[in-house]
Design a protein around this ligand. Sequence first.
Ligand SMILES: Cc1cc2nc3c(=O)[nH]c(=O)nc-3n(C[C@H](O)[C@H](O)[C@H](O)COP(=O)(O)O)c2cc1C
Length: 183
Amino acid sequence: MAKPTQVIGIVGSPRRNGNTEVLVDEILAGAKEAGASVSKYVLDELDVRPCKGCFACEKTNRCVQEDDMVELVTQMKASQVWVLGTPIYWWGPSAQFKAFIDRWVSIGREHIRGKRVILTMPMGGGSESYARHTLGMLEDVLDYLNMEHLATILAPGFGSRGAVKNAREILSKAHKAGKDSVS
Ligand SMILES: Cc1cc2nc3c(=O)[nH]c(=O)nc-3n(C[C@H](O)[C@H](O)[C@H](O)COP(=O)(O)O)c2cc1C
């Protein structure tokens, strides 16, 4: 029997049960329904320190910082689909999420190439344009690393904790994106 697709969800918001987590959960639920094995990590509850920019990893493909990113990288390598969620903070990603993606520099490109990615971003402002810089940055990163960008789920106009739970259309889009990501 074929091994189930592994899907990893990353929650970049420090607010538990907030909109980012609701969206990531819904995408993971869709993937699970399609038979995937799913896991979820909340960055704020992990020790993921910012990149030191030392480039020691260029030779070793390993970061000099022995923090929770070690386990996270193991799980990311083992997963075929990455669900990446960050709230929009000042038109950008959260600090936790930026620290997380900066640390990808230590992962050999061969372990990242071809990963299938779903992006999701809630924002308090009522226009998707609040996410334009973050989305543009992430699209460029995915393209640079030869990853496959499957879908983006944006949720504008949701400021309070978990408010996106009532947005049926966005949640069904999120669920479908998760389901469709499983091969
Ligand atoms: C520090 C900070 C900065 C924010 N900046 C923006 C912003 O630039 N644009 C926007 O639309 N919402 C902004 N928001 C609102 C959040 O994006 C919104 O509340 C979102 O739903 C938070 O997601 P969460 O519930 O997963 O934490 C900001 C919130 C915080 C705490």
